[in-house]
Ligand binder design. Structure first.
Ligand code: SAM
Length: 252
């Protein structure tokens, strides 16, 4: 463990430098001029790095298209992402949102990852459609809603940070009053592998079942809204890391 005064907690330290290596590899490419300003080429290059060099925990080209279809159908003016990593999903979704003038707000706790993501968003020419904020999801969400009043409803949110935070962060959003019947859609990644059983149980439960769950839940000061009615489907995918699923939840 580092003795640096500002050493990050162990769970947010970069894996092994591969994320910064991705940037060096990208800018050393002979076709960097063609990649600049072209989001599809940025995505293809990150996929190539993932396939040929080091595995990266990006949404990837297997699960990504399902989310692009949802963006194209719902055309959110603002999409929120929890967990940005190197910005693969930020470039992918930012480009899809650009088609109808929408924006992505990506919240990333690790400033090193956010720096890499910012650089790749810039390279893709998506600066006006993607904003990356550094901070823990719960802290940033609460600031944006309560203090800055920048968000009064969640149109589309992608939960892709740590699975154990999915449910507490959903409870926070319920408490903040920004989960809106008939308007909000939630998409959560990795719900099969590594899995998010408590989150899945909540988004699949009826209001009565949720009231029962709350009798023994530790809500950590948040005020969940069990009366919200969720409808969730979990399409499954064969990914590089094994079978996985996305939980896609409509708020009725
Ligand atoms: N969405 C990215 C993509 O598809 O390209 C992948 C995200 S990766 C699976 C998870 C990221 O969540 C990591 O970069 C990690 O630092 C970040 N993270 C973990 N806990 C977080 C928190 N509490 N708030 C914001 N980001 C967090």
């Amino acid at each position: 463990m580092s003795n640096r005064p500002h050493a990050p907690p162990p769970h947010i330290i970069a894996l092994d430098g591969r994320e910064v290596d991705l940037l060096h590899w990208m800018y050393a490419r002979s076709d960097i001029k063609q990649i600049r300003g072209n989001p599809e080429k940025v995505i293809a290059a990150i996929d190539e790095y993932h396939d040929k060099h080091n595995k990266l925990m990006n949404i990837g080209d297997v699960k990504g298209p399902t989310i692009l279809d949802i963006i194209a159908q719902r055309k959110p003016s603002l999409m929120i992402e929890l967990g940005g990593y190197v910005g693969y999903s930020a470039v992918l979704f930012g480009n899809a949102l650009k088609a109808h003038g929408g924006k992505l707000l990506s919240i990333e706790v690790n400033p090193e990852m956010a720096a890499v993501a910012n650089q790749l968003v810039e390279l893709a020419g998506l600066r006006e459609h993607v904003q990356i904020m550094v901070g823990a999801s719960n802290v940033v969400l609460e600031e944006l809603v309560r203090e800055e009043k920048q968000i009064n409803e969640v149109e589309l949110i992608f939960l892709d940070h740590w699975q154990k935070l999915y449910l507490p962060d959903l409870w926070l959003l319920e408490d903040l009053g920004v989960i809106v019947p008939g308007r909000t859609m939630l998409i959560a990644d990795n719900v099969i592998m590594p899995g998010a059983p408590d989150y899945l149980e909540w988004v699949k439960a009826t209001p009565d079942e949720k009231k029962k769950l709350l009798e023994k839940a530790d809500v950590g000061g948040r005020r969940p809204k069990p009366e919200l009615i969720y409808e969730t489907v979990v399409p499954e995918f064969d990914t590089d890391f094994g079978k996985d699923g996305l939980a896609i939840t409509k708020v009725l």
